[in-house]
Design a protein around this ligand. Sequence first.
Ligand SMILES: [Zn+2]
Length: 289
Amino acid sequence: MKKTVLATAVALSLPTGAFAQDWDNIEITNIKVTDGLYMLMGEGGNLGVSIGEDGVFLIDDQYAPLTEKILAAIHELSTDEIHFVFNTHYHDDHTGGNENLGKKGIDIVAHDNVYKRLSDSGSPKEALPIISFNDKLTFHMNGIHMKTKHYHSAHTDGDSVVYFEGKNVIHMGDTMFNEAYPYVDVPGGGSWQGILDLAKDTLATIDDETQIIPGHGPLTNKAGLQIYYDVLLDIDSLLRPVAKQGLSLEDAKKLSPLAKYDGDYGNGFMDPDTFISIVYMDIYNHLDN
Ligand SMILES: [Zn+2]
């Protein structure tokens, strides 16, 4: 079938995250992943924190109003200097604290496309990465090697996953929404196929003992990622044949193809209607036959 872009306008009202939050009531909790490595949860993306002899390495920084709480939570783990904050991608629930941290002289590091998107959106200089990279970058700190790897089009076009070699832990950023429908930011360069490919690729490179910090949702492991991947594959197998029949989004929705997952997976960042709208259209627009 010739590739045809559906004319149906998809009016997406994306969740507005925590804009209406009462920040005072948000607590930052920390979960020990292994010695020297923690996952912090508050509002927004899960943070990763490596501590040790060389200081603190931080992954993501949630929202600006939470910076002081996040710093206090890190301070309870280590009073050493924070050397780097690494952004897994550009979304503001992962980079909202950049400006505050940048003003404190903490170096922000991220993929080139994170720099570009933050810069293009008018972010102040202090919120921008001072170092950006195009493929892979390794931090040698705290007796381990933190290997970051970029995937070009998954959740966005600027995603990185971070593998803590020596700890057997991986931070997947928003390429994994554990126990929830993932958000594919198509206007931000993401793609449904890219999310699938990244999960498959990651499964092939980790082992049964690997612990996984997802972008959202609880700490998990390879078995959890396998379940997530299997669900995504099943969703693909439910939507793709409908797209191949050429049904409009509205007609596809009437079939309720994802009904069996909506209850368990549709209560996170993505509600069922928004999720199917994004994913169905992305599959439809990339059918190759
Ligand atoms: Zn995100």
